[in-house]
Write a protein that binds this ligand. Structure first.
Ligand SMILES: NC(=O)c1ccc[n+]([C@@H]2O[C@H](COP(=O)([O-])OP(=O)(O)OC[C@H]3O[C@@H](n4cnc5c(N)ncnc54)[C@H](OP(=O)(O)O)[C@@H]3O)[C@@H](O)[C@H]2O)c1
Length: 353
């Protein structure tokens, strides 16, 4: 085997970390590559699920004695506290690791301090290798930890002329099966799926992550959240079917904004408190407009079907924009064809205060 650079090892650690996406909340995704004293890969690991061993521990176990005098290359600062597992900083010290290379410091005040502990034990610590790439791979968790509310993705489906239903209200199915399968995969990567009571009353969606062909539920289900100021969600609504946890968030429980409707910022803060780091807002147009107007959307994923309707409700209602100068500017980050449809991913540009 030949030696690898810490840069190469970090690239591998970032790819390893991504394998945990959707399964580690409320923890981050983390990858680790352990190089022995000769710079050869001796072990690697990733954090696969909350409560499971951390990436460093998996890599140390693989490396065994070869960890002594070696380098641990890790996407996030090793934790320094005892939670469901022991502190990784101590495990690295005990294994005799000489150097630790970290892409991103841990913003979590409970777990941070690993770098300082390592340095105090005489371990050489380097920060800042492939930081941007590692941040992108952990964007939902990092954003959520830094500011105290979940990373919010608004997903919608529309025709090429921006309609979400026909004039008679029919909307099944605007987009193709391939696009809907893609949405279910997206649901599997988040901790909560959010819909307004208007959508629940109109469409009675299940909001579960499942195999569309045979209906099998994914092992891990996001929390279903219905934003419902006065508790109008019917007892027999499918979101209450017991297939996944459901929270009907009312204004009485969460707090109300000046319009008497659920205070959306308070709703997100409460979701963060409940361990939600990434959430998928699935509409409808009224609720999506309210979230966008409040500047609470981090990413937009639009599925656009090659169909025209010419009439019928639009995918987005009032988002607080009355003049073109106030349009919500987006930065396109990806355009992919999914079956016959287009999936467009964009990030809202930050507005000047
Ligand atoms: N194309 C798509 O991607 C897509 C996705 C989802 C839905 N849809 C369509 O959208 C239609 C339903 O649209 P909709 O606009 O009536 O439903 P909606 O956006 O799902 O729900 C709107 C309701 O949410 C409640 N709400 C609670 N807090 C709010 C707040 N702070 N701001 C705004 N609303 C708040 C309000 O009812 P209360 O005041 O009673 O709380 C409001 O009437 C359906 O026909 C469905 O097919 C399309």
């Amino acid at each position: 085997m030949s030696s690898v650079s810490t840069d190469e090892a970090m690239r591998r650690a970032i790819a390893l970390a991504a394998r945990g996406l959707g399964a580690t909340s409320p923890n981050p995704v983390v990858g680790c590559v352990l190089l022995d004293a000769d710079g050869e890969v001796a072990g690697e690991g990733f954090h696969a699920y909350a409560g499971g061993p951390h990436a460093e521990i998996v890599a140390l176990a693989q490396a065994g004695k070869r960890a002594r005098g070696g380098t641990a290359v890790v996407t996030l600062e090793p934790c320094d506290h005892t939670g469901r597992t022991g502190p990784c900083s101590h495990a690295l010290i005990a294994a005799g690791v000489a150097r630790v290379v970290i892409a991103v410091p841990d913003p979590n005040p409970v777990a941070s301090g690993g770098a300082a502990t390592l340095r105090a034990a005489g371990v050489q610590v380097e920060l800042g290798v492939r930081t941007e790439e590692a941040e992108a791979g952990n964007i939902a968790w990092l954003t959520s930890m830094r500011r105290g509310w979940p990373y919010l993705i608004w997903k919608y489906a529309a025709t090429l002329d921006g309609r979400s239903a026909a004039a008679d209200g029919t909307s099944m199915w605007i987009t193709s099966e391939a696009a809907r399968i893609d949405v279910h995969a997206l649901r599997g990567t988040v901790d909560a799926v959010i819909a307004g009571v208007g959508t629940v009353l109109a469409d009675d969606p299940r909001l579960t992550a499942r195999n569309l062909r045979d209906g099998t539920l994914a092992i891990r289900q996001p929390l279903r959240v219905v934003v419902d100021s006065s508790g109008r969600t019917p007892a027999e609504a499918r979101v209450r079917d017991g297939a996944a946890r459901t929270w009907v968030a009312t204004a009485a429980e969460v707090g109300a904004g000046p319009d008497g409707k659920v205070d959306l910022a308070a709703l997100l803060a409460e979701l963060h408190h409940r361990g939600v780091r990434a959430a998928l807002l699935e509409g409808g147009p009224t609720l999506a407009g309210a979230f966008l107007a409040a500047g609470l959307v981090d990413k937009i994923v639009g599925y656009v079907a090659p169909k025209l309707l010419g009439a019928g409700p639009t995918a987005l209602l009032d988002a607080g924009v009355t003049t073109i100068a106030d349009a919500i500017d987006l930065e396109l980050t990806d355009v992919t064809q999914v079956g016959p449809d287009l999936r467009i991913t964009a990030l809202p540009r930050k507005r000047e205060a």
